[in-house]
Every structure is written in C-alpha cells, then in structure tokens.
Design a protein around this ligand. Structure first.
Ligand code: 5GP
Ligand code: ZN
Length: 113
C-alpha cells in the first residue's frame, strides 16, 4: 500500500476533482488553491521530482500542458497563468510525487469569491 497522497488520488482512494486523465497522466484541482482554477498535473507512475522523470514521462506531461492551460483560460478567463514546479523541501515541495502547478492569474484579485 502506498503512503503517497497523490498515488491515492490516482487510485481514487482519496477523492479529488479530476480535470483530465489519460493512460499516463492525471490532473485535478488543488485542494488549497492559490487562485481560482489552480490545477495540478501529475504522472501516473510515482516519481518524486523532476530528477526522477524519464524523457517519455516528461513528454507525456508536457504534451497535455497546453490543453489544460487552454481549458483553464477558457473557463476562468484569467489575465495570465503561471506553470510552476517545486523540487525538494527547500524549494517549497510539500508532496513528494512530481506535480506541475497551473495557477491562473487575475487582475488585483485571486479570482476566488
Ligand atoms: P507543492 O508545495 O509540493 O509544490 O504543492 C503541493 C500542492 O498539493 C499544494 O498546492 C497543496 O494544496 C496540494 N495538495 C496537498 N494535498 C492535497 C490533496 O489531498 N488533494 C489535493 N487536491 N491537493 C492537495
Ligand atoms: Zn505517488
């Protein structure tokens, strides 16, 4: 049994709001969104951080990044968007299963009502 919360989200044993899934990757809403529409994209294979990803895994993740960004842009109408990714506790990583953040940006607000 895995102790990784993101592996549990992929399995469905921890609930999440899924926004995208294919054979290789899973995307879901962040539970504590920095702004409205904050999404996390993860590989289905447990990889701790960017150092552990294979080229194929990295390709599969970034292949869907534009699709997710476009969907968020359409849905939430942000004025900008950050894609960011933390590696190691010192760099701000708190969940040790690789994840790419999509953080829509809004004029002067976080867009959260
Ligand atoms: P990090 O700080 O590792 O780059 O980002 C981890 C992210 O995972 C945080 O933004 C945090 O809110 C999110 N997160 C942590 N636990 C859960 C969870 O159980 N469900 C969801 N949907 N997001 C989570
Ligand atoms: Zn995991």
């Amino acid at each position: 049994m895995t102790s990784c919360i993101f592996c549990k989200i992929i399995e469905g044993s921890i609930p999440s709001v899924k926004v995208y899934e294919d054979e290789h990757v899973f995307a879901f809403m962040d539970i504590m969104p920095v702004t409205k529409g904050h999404v996390l994209l993860i590989p289905k294979t447990h990889r701790e951080n960017v150092y552990d990803l294979t080229e194929d895994e990295a390709s599969n993740l970034f292949a869907v990044a534009p699709k997710i960004a476009r969907a968020l842009k359409e849905e939430f109408k942000p004025v900008g968007m950050n894609l960011l990714q933390n590696n190691g506790a010192f760099a701000g990583q708190s969940v040790f299963h690789f994840h790419l953040h999509f953080i829509p940006r809004f004029d002067e607000t976080d867009g959260i009502d």
